[in-house]
Write a new protein. Sequence first.
Length: 267
Amino acid sequence: MRRKHKGSVVVSIGLFATLAYGQTVIISVTGARPLDQAAEQFEARYGIPVSYEDATYVYKGDLVDKTHPDYAKSHPDGPRALFPKGGTLVLRGDPNLPFYVAPGNAAMPLLKSLLDAHVKAGIPGEFKVIPNGDGLDIVPVAVKDVAGILSPDQSPLETKISLPELKRTGDETLNEICKAILASSGKKVGVGSSPFMGVQSIPPYSVKIGATNEPARSVLQRSLPILKYYDSRTMGHIPKMAWSLLYDPGQKIYALNVRYALFEVFR
């Protein structure tokens, strides 16, 4: 399962669009998952890995059905192409805030202001930001249930899992984490995309890791910084990484997408 389409997305970084009180539009995003897109833009601007984890969208009022009419007509009980309703998210801030700031310094409150803007805009789901190694992670805390009542929500990566300590490829490690989440919680999580998949010309990564009753997020977080080239003769920098965990409301499955941090890609 590949990374889920987020709907049409428009992203702009207005570094010089000065607003009242000396603030600037730093990020402006429109899409089905504006927080995910904004996190990537934040990451590219400030040099901090920012991961994102979807809320579990189940309320019809929070969803848009993009199923093709012909399919819907011929398959009335079939799965639907459902997407979060989304919206427009704007982050305003100090244009003089330096790039590449430390996560615990100026970046954390700025990212929290992004979450406040998300709530004020009425976009489905409520989130919080937590430290994640040398980066940050946006995780869900509440979403409307099937009756439309705001209820607590928890990412599958909160699930406590156990793994035997073995040397695995990067792809095997992600798949084992997903399998362990299913075994412990019943929540379906699959690898959507990653730098480890289908690129035979690049030496595969490996990692030796195990876990005992540990949150899956922690296992994933520990795995990525200690990746090594499978062939020990291979030299070179392994870029920092982040992830997006996206929920498909139609299939009722999560896609774990691991990617190189954008500031690594563009540097």
